[in-house]
Design a protein around this ligand. Structure first.
Ligand code: AMP
Length: 568
């Protein structure tokens, strides 16, 4: 297939915002794509050359791309830079330069999808001496033979900024339409087909593979299996305000588990090979040698895929530490062994998607939990099944919630015992229950002017609580305030209220006389060195103006301390 055919589809997709039209354009392309080209075409449509979960990066920064454009077009790098500054889009710069060059050179070789795909794939993993030159060569080779439009999309794909507005839902529907058009006769049959395509995607997380399978019909899709060492999307939770509301969604009895405050890990074990992925499917195996160790050492399965929460643990006190204390480990590339000792994690396993090569995603949760009981021994501080109770009684679950809080976790996740695992979906099979913390009434003592289209308004506000006669800062907040006046407390309204209160103008930042009081909600109170109260709010958001309150009603530092203690 010629790359030009694919570019025509990019352009057509870009020219419409209607999902149905996009679906039809895509379906037509998929139908005429030969099986051997399917992977390349689908991945390039998604703006990538390796499937999700494959960590290989093309490693082409803006500067290198600029040099390649300069070489291919015969322009100076500084000219490329100045054009980029004008448009902010190197794809457009490459296109414009290719247009100019076109007028000078006549002979043009057609670019194939395979050539573009292969050259881009070769970029990944090139490191060390001479790699920049080789990358330049691969890229300029493509750009020299590219038409202006092709140059645009090659550039964008290389920089991983394809931006053609193609969502997973559209891709799924297009695959369904492309290969099962005859079977789709009404809404019900359409839905059914879309669901089986979705199932294939849930298990593989790879539309290239799904499209190739769908070309072989239902049988092809039915053959898609979970693959050990290839991560899939995780099932997501919804929220409930009360235990009763949660039970209404899950049915009774439900399983209530501690909600650990760490980060999600998907652990793939295949004999001695262990891979650890984050919720965003990044491979973090290198960063967490202790997870690899515990899985190899203690998990009683030849192969399995586990869903778990890794929680930081203080090696001396054996107590849980807050997520932000261990978050540095996720991206860390050095000092790994030392950090694994100083800030180790405990793995709390709460789901099992595959066990000894059998997929469990369609099995009810109680069966998956039974596998966990069988293969995960309780090794406190290392790896263990998530702590849980099974109950139909809201009172009992409330008591378990209190225990969860006392144990230093965030609350509970309440689960439907009959439900299958739904990758990537925010369905009601998993319901988080954290008692919400009391809102605070805080006074605004500072602000920052906004940028760009918000430059007329103050956009970030420093809020403070009362400490005797003083006010001590708890953080900055901009969330919750509206762009449009009719939607609630707006930036404009707040700016007008605060401007006369400026006591000190420090350029972008201003100090304000304490007067305006707002009610602020937040996820958590943390200790902090940044603010004068020595506390900070996590994810604060303004709920409303409290012009009915006076300065003596502003929440006190004692209340902040008390909530901090309670939540621990
Ligand atoms: P949230 O991030 O607030 O939407 O809460 C959902 C997250 O809680 C999940 O993605 C997990 O990372 C985490 N979590 C902690 N403990 C559990 C548990 N027992 N079951 C499921 N998720 C849990």
């Amino acid at each position: 297939m010629e790359y030009a055919d694919l570019v025509a589809v990019y352009e057509a997709l870009d020219s419409t915002s209607k999902r149905l039209e996009k679906t039809e354009i895509l379906a037509e392309l998929l139908r005429k794509t030969p099986a051997a080209e399917m992977e390349r075409v689908v991945l390039l449509l998604e703006g990538r050359v390796y499937p999700a979960g494959d960590d290989r990066e093309l490693g082409v920064a803006k500067q290198l791309m600029q040099r390649a454009i300069a070489t291919a077009s015969g322009m100076s790098p500084s000219k490329v830079e100045s054009e980029w500054k004008k448009t902010g889009d190197l794809g457009e710069v490459a296109e414009n330069f290719a247009k100019k060059k076109r007028q000078q050179t006549l002979s043009q070789q057609e670019l194939s999808v395979k050539k573009v795909f292969d050259n881009l794939q070769k970029l990944a993993g090139m490191e060390g001496q001479g790699s920049v030159e080789r990358k330049m060569q691969l890229l300029s080779e493509l750009l020299i033979s590219a038409s202006p439009k092709e140059a645009r999309y090659i550039t964008r794909t290389t920089l991983q900024q394809l931006r053609i507005g193609l969502g997973a839902g559209t891709m799924r529907d297009a695959i369904a339409l492309a290969f099962f058009e005859k079977e789709i006769t009404d809404i019900a049959s359409k839905k059914e087909i879309q669901e089986i395509v979705q199932e294939g995607y849930d298990l593989s997380n790879d539309f290239a593979l799904v499209a190739a399978a769908a070309k072989k019909g239902r049988k092809g899709l039915a053959e898609i299996e979970l693959r050990i060492s290839i991560p899939i999307k995780v099932m997501l939770a919804i929220k409930a305000e009360t235990v009763e509301a949660a039970l209404e969604k899950t049915g009774k009895p439900a399983e209530a588990e501690f909600k650990f405050d760490g980060f999600r890990v998907q652990i793939h074990k295949d004999g001695d090979i262990v891979n650890v992925f984050t919720r965003r499917l990044d491979n973090v195996t290198q960063q967490f040698p202790e997870i690899v160790h515990h899985t190899r050492e203690f998990v009683k399965a030849k192969s399995c895929i586990l869903d778990a929460e890794a929680v930081g643990i203080n090696p001396k006190t054996k107590k849980y530490v807050a997520f932000q204390d261990i978050s540095q480990r996720i991206k860390r590339k050095y000092d790994i062994a030392r950090l694994a000792k100083e800030l180790p994690v405990e793995v709390n396993v709460f789901d099992c998607l595959s066990y000894n090569k059998k997929s469990y995603v369609k099995e009810p949760f109680k069966k998956r939990r039974a596998v966990i009981e069988k293969i995960i021994p309780s090794k406190k501080g290392k790896i263990l099944p998530a702590r849980r109770i099974v109950s139909s009684d809201p009172g009992e679950i409330e008591d378990f919630f209190k225990l969860a809080k006392q144990s230093g976790t965030e609350g509970l996740v309440i689960k439907n015992r009959e439900a299958p695992y739904k990758p990537g979906a925010r369905v009601g099979h998993m319901i988080k229950y954290k008692r919400t913390l009391e809102n605070l009434d805080l006074v605004i003592v500072g602000a920052e002017w906004g940028e760009g289209k918000r430059s007329e308004w103050m956009s970030s506000f420093t809020v403070a609580c009362r400490d005797g006669k003083k006010y001590v800062e708890l953080g900055k907040v901009g969330t919750g305030i509206k762009e449009k006046e009719k939607e609630g407390l707006s930036f404009k309204e707040l700016t007008e209220m605060l401007t006369p209160l400026v006591t000190k103008d420090k350029g972008k930042e201003v100090e304000l006389k304490p007067k305006v009081i707002v009610e602020v909600a937040y996820e958590e109170i943390q200790k902090s060195q940044t603010y004068s109260s020595k506390y900070a709010l996590r994810f604060p958001r303004v709920l409303r103006l409290r012009d009915d309150k006076s300065l003596s009603d502003v929440s006190s530092i004692h209340l902040v301390e008390q909530i901090y203690q309670e939540q621990r």
